[in-house]
Design a protein around this ligand. Structure first.
Ligand code: XIL
Length: 357
């Protein structure tokens, strides 16, 4: 109840009440990283940049390290946008997560048009070497492979699975293993993650990811962590399932990062929340998920997919009229969600936790 009152009162002001700690201050007390996805174009917007630097100690490029951004053509690497994000992080004492080296989406057409498995294999190897090599020492953790499984726990058909996988036997995670090996060669100090959506709770997809990670760990494949995206579209998420899943992954001695959290709410046609009580429900969900993470020492980072409702991918999706999914409103005022998340961070201090390799 106290939380709700604090949340409602503070929602009116553009900044957290002066004298109260920021998210990043609470997070460093708790020994955890607090991050957000960022868009390089917005870094020149003063309110965006100052909120980002004040509240977060980790950032990830929302799009700027994806294939279509860094590989406009086969022989062209363009790190301009991504370097701006890395520079911002370095200027403000933030860690950088890299996202993502291998994904079935966000690929430029010159690569999806490839029909020769051997050539595609070389293109991927070269890409991982050059991109992870470029950011060596700057990116502390990579989402090496993103969203490789479908909801039934089967490997998705993508250019990477279908073509470099041709030489591999049957339903094999060999192409994923190979990508981790290449990433490790390019940057032996980076933490290497497998990242996915909708495998947050206990289900066929998370079972398949678990089996793969267990297999990789037993054979010494260089995987250090699992990213759980946690895009929530349901106001009653399965929190017990998320907890059980984080517990089983951390018991394999891999780290868990919450990588893309947002909590979409129904909106009216102007894009504002339909029922203001939902903002309190949203705060509870952020608090509950953060609390699960901080209670597991192996869960070492919580990241949201953007931080202001002004710039959120949720607005552009087609899952009904949904939006307002993040911690700050369009005017950079902290929402109840902000206070919910922060209160979970403040509850836990000094648990043994290490985000290092
Ligand atoms: C999204 C970005 O937010 C959008 O800007 C872009 O147009 C499409 O990709 N899972 C992921 C992210 O791993 O890379 C996606 O990001 C959201 C879903």
């Amino acid at each position: 109840m106290l939380l709700l009152l604090i949340g409602v009162n503070s929602y009116e002001s553009a900044q957290p009440p002066s004298g109260t700690p920021s998210l990043r201050e609470e997070a460093s007390q708790a020994g955890i990283l607090i991050g957000t996805a960022v868009r390089s174009d917005q870094l020149s917007e003063q309110a965006y940049a100052s909120t980002l630097a004040r509240e977060f100690n980790m950032i990830e490029a929302e799009d700027a390290m994806k294939w279509w951004a860094v590989r406009p053509a086969r022989d062209t690497f363009d790190f301009g946008q991504a370097d701006r994000i890395v520079d911002f992080a370095q200027a403000h004492g933030m860690q950088v997560r890299g996202h993502t080296l291998v994904w079935g989406r966000s690929n430029p057409s010159w690569v999806t048009e490839y029909r020769d498995p051997q050539a595609l294999h070389s293109v991927l190897q070269d890409h991982i070497r050059k991109v992870a090599g470029h950011f060596r020492g700057k990116v502390f953790a990579w989402d090496v492979v993103n969203e490789a499984f479908d909801e039934k726990g089967r490997l998705r058909s993508t250019i990477w699975y279908d073509q470099p996988g041709i030489g591999f036997a049957g339903q094999s995670t060999k192409y994923i293993e190979q990508a981790f090996g290449w990433a490790h060669e390019a940057d032996p100090d980076a933490l290497l993650f497998y990242n996915d959506a909708e495998g947050e709770g206990m289900n066929a997809k998370s079972d398949a990811i678990y089996a793969m990670v267990k297999d990789f760990r037993s054979r010494g494949v260089p995987i250090d962590g699992v990213g759980l995206q946690i895009h929530i579209f349901d106001r009653q998420p399965d929190l017990a399932g998320i907890e059980a899943n984080i517990a089983r992954f951390t018991s394999l001695r891999v780290q868990v990062h919450i990588t893309e959290m947002d909590v979409a709410l129904p909106t009216n046609t102007e894009g504002t929340v339909s029922d203001s009580k939902d903002l309190e429900k949203q705060a509870e969900i952020y608090r509950a998920v953060a609390r699960i993470c901080v209670n597991h020492p192996g869960c070492t980072a919580i990241q949201t997919w953007g931080f202001t409702d002004k710039y959120s991918w949720i607005r552009s999706t087609t899952k009904g009229a949904k939006g307002v999914a993040l911690l700050f409103d369009r005017d950079y005022r902290p929402k109840p969600a902000y206070f919910g998340l922060r209160s979970a961070l403040s509850e836990v201090r000094g648990l043994p936790r290490s985000a290092a390799k």
